[in-house]
Design a protein around this ligand. Structure first.
Ligand code: MOS
Length: 720
């Protein structure tokens, strides 16, 4: 049909110049007019109890103050039931902000100072006096009630207890067993852009400029909270400075901004502080996993038992797919998985890049390395030995599966064959001990309902739009490529718009599903628009649709949608990968340096290899941070996050990152979605930490099962 091949080209970001010149507007940067007021939050300083007394008189009298909202004067809100598909926990209920005197977690918002300037609001917030009636807060797994989740199914996959065969019986007779407990601390998303909302009311209609991964869900949530029609809410979010999952749900500060704007009758801007970001927008929950692998001496797995305990809040039961990949990654007749939640006086955790799989893969892929050591088998060989051609848990064929190819391509690029398996036996050119580790990776392929509009104009250009967001992968660019190729127009003649609920409905930019979902909708819309144009012009085909449009001289519009579900029940759909890491370890300081990472991925069709490579590098960097640095510390006495600034919360900087090499396997999967893209964002973080931990073992002979791998753990000295 079309003669261009725009898909697959390594185009630079179309919006790149706007970002580097400051032309891209982020949520807090919109001009909401001269009446703009500023909200500053007052947070609870206890983890459990009630507000006995809250005194805002001094704050209200301070310069520039318009109002101070507390539970005593805040209007009662409708809070109609609403759960964003896949993003809100099925069990429990979101916090109702400023509606009563209950405190459920440290940092809970208990008042908002609204003033004419940010400085006045900040000062006023400091003048609010609070007395609490405090109760004991549950802040540890030991004190918590650790229970199976009430719902075994989330709205998109299964969590909780599941089994095939009889793992416990098989483990008693397995010739070789390895067992370990793996601990991943709480981690925060910490995108550079702080979460922010500007809210403005005009009569009973609300406009929000918001940092979000899902504009449509913000609209629906605000409609539910305020009890107004969804048509009365417009959400605008053209640029997002990173989110990693923190922008999937609609958090209480969004409600607070809208509530404040309505209360003072002026637009209100609310920007969270970095510290508020630690408890206000979710986090990766702390997990404790126990895994037992049983195998024959030839490496064949005979049984796996995988248990996970994960923190959640008292008011919502957040669950994630920590144990799921254990069910299908390798061939094994007996598998038992268990998932437990530990409800504590904390804010609700949420999805953070590759939620579930990134945690589960650390346990499973380190355990596989331990098994390889136990039976003296090469760890790549062990994984190949346990490869399978179908999903043994769901008894379905994979729509495509490139684990073997990824392991082969990755080991070749890494030159894995030169590895001496003996720990501590390899050194770099400077004589430092080095270690090589590997891990297999996988992530589910999700496709969600999505739609897009294609408008062909008489001047030969096209405007394509969808209400999705772009949190960083380059959605503006990749969608323009899909549209240009499908329409048969030069890329310069096509504009893609997003981030506005006035555009056709779109799902969250999450679960690595946006390209498969919205990309497929864009393709459908553009194919239909092209078909209409050619039919009107009485032509069968055309090299340049622009010529056709100029001849027609009238605009054409088409909507395209995708409603997945067709082949999903017949195939198990996942992306696969393999990660190889080289570390050097300083024997005196215990510092681990990740000298080299090779990631090989089978993730379906790659729309733009430059963006994809960039996406993968970002995912691997995040995995390096998880392996060596990231840790949100909770003071168990108070349930309070310690620090909560980017000075305390370490993430990799340029000096921490060295050689990263990325391989994409050519993969043509006709079953997953019309565009053939499996998604990359999450997959590229999965198993990075395991490959590094395995490399640290290979370098030092020390098996570190608790992240992050700090110098203290490497040297085996108590952490200060
Ligand atoms: Mo991703 S955790 O679905 O933003």
């Amino acid at each position: 049909m079309t003669h261009t091949t725009v898909i697959g080209q390594p185009l630079s970001r179309i919006d790149g110049w706007r970002k580097v010149t400051g032309g891209a507007q982020y949520a807090a940067e919109f001009n909401a007019g001269p009446e703009l007021a500023y909200g500053v939050i007052v947070s609870a300083t206890i983890g459990n109890g009630r507000i006995a007394e809250i005194d805002s008189t001094e704050a209200e009298a301070a310069a520039g103050v318009l109002a101070v909202l507390t539970h005593r004067n805040a209007p009662r809100l409708a809070y109609r039931p609403h759960k964003g598909f896949g993003v809100d926990p099925l069990e429990g209920e979101r916090l109702h902000i400023l509606q009563d005197d209950h405190i459920h977690h440290q940092g809970q918002y208990i008042a908002l100072a609204i003033a004419d300037t940010f400085e006045h609001a900040t000062h006023a917030a400091s003048l609010v006096r609070v007395d609490y009636s405090e109760e004991t807060a549950v802040t540890t797994f030991v004190a918590a009630n650790v229970v199976p989740p009430d719902t075994a199914y989330r709205d998109w996959d299964r969590v909780g207890d599941d089994r095939r065969g009889d793992a416990d019986a098989a483990l008693t007779t397995a010739p070789v067993c390895v067992t370990g407990e793996y601990i991943i601390p709480r981690e925060n998303h910490h995108p550079i852009e702080l979460h922010a909302t500007i809210a403005a009311w005009e009569h009973d209609t609300l406009t929000l400029w918001d940092k979000t991964q899902w504009p449509d869900n913000v609209r629906d949530e605000m409609a539910a909270v305020f009890g107004i029609p969804a048509a009365n809410v417009r959400v605008i979010s053209p640029f997002v400075g990173g989110a990693f999952g923190s922008g999937l749900r609609v958090w209480p500060h969004v409600t607070l901004a809208a509530l404040a704007a309505r209360y003072v009758g002026r637009p209100v801007k609310l920007v969270l502080t970095r510290r508020q970001m630690t408890t206000g927008v979710g986090y990766r929950p702390r997990t404790v996993q126990r895994i037992i692998l049983g195998a024959r001496h030839d490496g064949g797995l005979v049984a796996i038992r995988h248990e996970c305990e994960a923190e959640t809040s008292m008011y919502e039961q957040y669950t994630e797919s920590v144990v799921n990949m254990t069910q299908y990654l390798y061939s094994c007749p007996n598998v038992a998985t268990h998932y437990r939640t530990a409800a504590m006086n904390v804010s609700t955790p949420s999805f953070m890049r590759a939620p579930g799989e990134v945690s589960g893969s650390f346990a499973l892929e380190c355990a596989m390395d331990e098994l390889a050591v136990a039976i003296s088998m090469d760890p790549v060989e062990l994984r190949l030995r346990n490869d399978t051609d179908h999903d043994e848990h769901r008894k379905l064929p994979f729509s495509s599966r490139a684990l073997r190819e990824c392991l082969m391509a990755g080991s070749e690029r890494f030159e894995w064959g030169r590895r001496n398996p003996r720990p501590g036996s390899m050194h770099d050119v400077k004589g430092r001990v080095k270690g090589w580790g590997c891990a297999g990776a996988t992530y589910p392929v999700y496709t969600f309902p999505a739609s897009a509009r294609a408008q062909l104009l008489g001047d030969g250009s096209a405007l394509v739009s969808s209400a999705c967001s772009d949190i960083g992968p380059g959605t503006y660019t990749s969608m323009t490529q899909v549209a240009a190729e499908t329409l048969g127009l030069p890329i310069e003649q096509v504009r893609f718009e997003l981030g506005d609920t006035r555009f056709p409905p779109a799902p969250a930019e999450g679960a690595s599903a946006l390209m498969g979902s919205v990309g497929s909708a864009v393709r459908a819309a553009c194919a239909e628009a092209r078909r209409i144009a050619l039919a009107r012009a009485g032509e069968k085909d055309s090299d340049d649709l622009g010529d056709v449009m100029r001849r027609l001289g009238e605009p054409i519009e088409a909507i395209g949608s995708i409603n997945p579900g067709g082949e999903a029940p017949r195939y198990s759909m996942h992306s696969f990968g393999a990660v190889f890491a080289e570390v050097t370890v300083d024997p005196y300081t215990g510092m681990v340096r990740v000298a080299r990472v090779v990631g090989a991925y089978g993730a379906g069709r790659v729309i733009n290899p430059k963006l994809a490579r960039s996406q993968a590098i970002g995912g691997i960097v995040m995995g390096i941070g998880m392996a060596l640095m990231e840790h949100t510390a909770l003071d168990e006495r108070y349930g309070r996050v310690v620090g909560g600034t980017l000075a305390d919360y370490l993430v990799p900087v340029h000096a921490d990152i060295h050689d990263i090499d990325v391989i994409f396997l050519h993969e043509n999967d006709p079953h997953i979605n019309p565009i053939g893209a499996k998604g990359l964002a999450e997959l590229t973080t999965v198993s990075v930490a395991a490959s590094i931990a395995n490399a640290v073992y290979h370098a030092t002979g020390r098996r570190i099962r608790a992240l992050p791998i700090t110098p203290e753990k490497v040297l085996d000295v108590p952490e200060s």
